[in-house]
Write a protein that binds this ligand. Structure first.
Ligand code: COA
Length: 359
């Protein structure tokens, strides 16, 4: 008889028990960036929906923004750092390869010996991390998981790049995932396609850059540091042709139809992509659609929790509402799931997060 290996005791359901965000102090209107990219406020608003974006100051680091968002999420969930078992942090703009930002954030929050790691899945990062967290909770591997989506994309932006400079932005969103008496996070529908990785990418890897630097040192030439680049048309085409399937898959695996939805929270990539998805999915007018991009820009892994917070803060959605999330971007990777909207701090919570239990 082989030795029996025990499994952790499983929990049936998981939910988002609390949500928090950090928005950079500095809001940058289109008028401040149009000269560098030979553009106009009207062109940017028409092509992307963006009127302003949050750009972080030097002290608003990946770690600092994550810690601030996490504190609000824990307060909203009614737990403290000592209740958190695991930290999963999604980002694509950390400027060091190690240690993980998750580990530093855990320590800054006063956690000790807590598993913490980073996930890299571009703008789908938050939904990947959320799926990961829900599985850990249901599997009994963790009771409360702190999920963070955070970016400082300005560190990768060339100010004169006409395709990227007006789109990308900074910020953080955090969620506490924990046990629930009813399901609050549906199964994830996800995937990736490395054959289209050129559509959004860092334009050179660090080995290439270091080789350039070494050559410049010996020849006296100049170097250009790595930047984020995007083939806007390719991304747009993929998003409006493929993502309907991703959304429908996420609804199907959760056993939910568009008629059951209260809110739709797509990645805040571009208003025209959001409009196209609303149309092909034939969302009823009663569904609140997140449009945080107008004042926030595209914050990649942070965009979905930030957009959820905006819907809750403005009253367009309420805790307990049924929402479809879908993240998509570099990879090309995507992930979608149906969730119950969580509580946030600072607003009245008319509907308790159905069945959630923080204790
Ligand atoms: C980036 C994007 C807005 C560019 O719009 P587009 O219509 O594809 O723009 P094109 O590159 O085809 O250029 C169209 C025209 O606008 C001009 N243009 C390009 N960038 C411009 C800018 N920033 N300001 C003003 N004009 C610009 C071009 O020169 C071109 O002019 P022409 O017709 O006289 O030759 C669009 O491709 C897009 O939204 N893509 C998806 C991006 C996205 O969602 N990314 C996030 C993924 S996570």
């Amino acid at each position: 008889m082989p030795t029996q290996i025990s499994t952790a005791s499983r929990t049936e359901h998981a939910a988002i028990l609390g949500l928090g965000v950090y928005r950079p102090r500095r809001s940058v209107p289109n008028s401040e960036i149009v000269d560098a990219i030979e553009s106009s406020d009207e062109w940017i608003k028409t092509r992307s929906g963006i009127a302003a974006r949050g750009w972080a100051d030097p002290d608003e680091t990946i770690v600092a923004m994550s810690v601030a968002a996490a504190k609000d999420a824990m307060t909203a969930a009614g737990i403290t750092a000592s209740d958190v078992d695991t930290v999963v942090l999604a980002t694509s703009s950390l400027m060091v390869l190690g240690p993980s930002a998750g580990a530093i954030v855990a320590t800054k929050l006063g956690m000790h010996n807590t598993p913490a790691y980073d996930v890299s899945a571009g703008c789908a990062g938050f939904c990947y991390a959320l799926a990961n967290a829900a599985s850990l909770v249901r599997d009994g591997q963790a009771r409360h998981v702190l999920v963070i989506g955070v970016e400082r994309l300005t560190d990768l932006l060339e100010p004169t790049d006409r395709t990227c400079a007006f789109i990308f932005a900074d910020g953080a969103g955090a969620a506490i995932v924990g046990p629930s008496t009813t399901e609050g996070i549906g199964p994830v529908a996800w995937g990736s396609d490395g054959s289209q990785s050129a559509a959004i990418r860092q334009d050179k890897d660090f080995q290439e850059y270091f080789a350039e630097v070494a050559k410049a040192e010996s020849t006296g030439g100049t170097t250009v540091r790595p930047y984020i680049r995007m083939d806007g048309r390719a991304v747009f085409r993929w998003a409006v042709t493929f993502l309907e399937t991703a959304c429908r898959d996420a609804l199907d695996v959760a056993g939910v139809t568009v008629a059951d939805l209260d809110a739709f929270v797509p990645h805040q990539a571009n208003s025209r992509i959001i409009d196209a998805l609303v149309k092909v999915l034939a969302l009823p007018d009663s569904v609140s659609v997140a449009r945080d991009i107008v004042e926030t820009g595209n914050t990649s892994a942070a965009s979905i929790p930030m957009a959820m917070e905006e819907l809750l803060r403005t009253g367009a959605a309420r805790p307990g509402d049924t929402a479809l999330l879908v993240g998509f971007g570099a990879g090309l990777a995507y992930a979608g799931q149906v969730v119950r909207m969580p509580p946030i701090t600072g607003i009245e919570q008319p509907v308790a997060n159905a069945g959630a239990s923080a204790s």
